[in-house]
Design a protein. Structure first.
Length: 135
């Protein structure tokens, strides 16, 4: 899957583009699944290419490249069997240094892993009359 976003912003007081909002954003996602007996192996690779971000000199986050474009990569792998799945998530593969908001520098390279258990029957309580089939 390939996505593209163009964002035009303007600070109503200054007429300048808003800080931390890249004008261009391109995303590429590759996903796959292989069934091996009772196990389903799944994986995805996500790339995001962001255009330059504007930072006001007084608010520039420490250790962030001013006005530079960024390539952010993420990968997810899982092995699923029934309600159980082992997973591994790798975020910010190239340790890109960029800001998400005025006070938040994006998380650096990170690896998370674990076990997910899907509990069948755990749904939000619904009141009477909320049934979608009553049309």
């Amino acid at each position: 899957k390939v996505t593209y976003a163009w964002t035009w912003t303007e600070d109503l007081e200054t007429g300048e583009a808003l800080q931390y909002v890249p004008e261009h954003l391109v995303g590429v996602v590759l996903m796959g699944r292989v069934q091996l007996g009772r196990w389903a192996l799944e994986g995805s690779f996500d790339l995001q290419f962001t255009g330059p971000q504007l930072y006001a000199p007084a608010r520039e986050p420490e250790n962030v490249s001013t006005h530079s474009a960024h390539v952010i990569g993420n990968a997810t792998f899982s092995a699923r069997r029934g309600p159980y799945s082992l997973f591994l998530d790798v975020r910010n593969l190239w340790n890109a240094k960029y800001a998400e908001t005025a006070d938040t520098v994006a998380p650096r390279f990170m690896i998370m892993g674990g076990l997910r258990i899907e509990l069948d029957g755990w749904q939000l309580a619904r009141g009477e009359g909320d049934d979608d089939d009553d049309e």
